[in-house]
Design a protein around this ligand. Sequence first.
Ligand SMILES: [Zn+2]
Length: 84
Amino acid sequence: MDKISESIEAMGTMKLDKSISLVYGKDIDLAIKSLKKQVPKKPIDQSTWKACPTCNQGIGVNNKTPNPKAIAYCFHCGQKLDWD
Ligand SMILES: [Zn+2]
């Protein structure tokens, strides 16, 4: 498991402690949500263009884009993109 996935899992475990969850639950949720976007996901094929796998919005890439790998992150939500 990579370091980011380990951190996500660790924060999930922290949240199980009710005294922590009561005070920091929303902060932990935000951190988990942010960290999940750092785990690369493959863009979704929409016939001639590509969409973000997290927010489903266009990422500015179509079948004529010369170097789609230059788009490392979704500019709408910050999801890291996996082009391999
Ligand atoms: Zn997105």
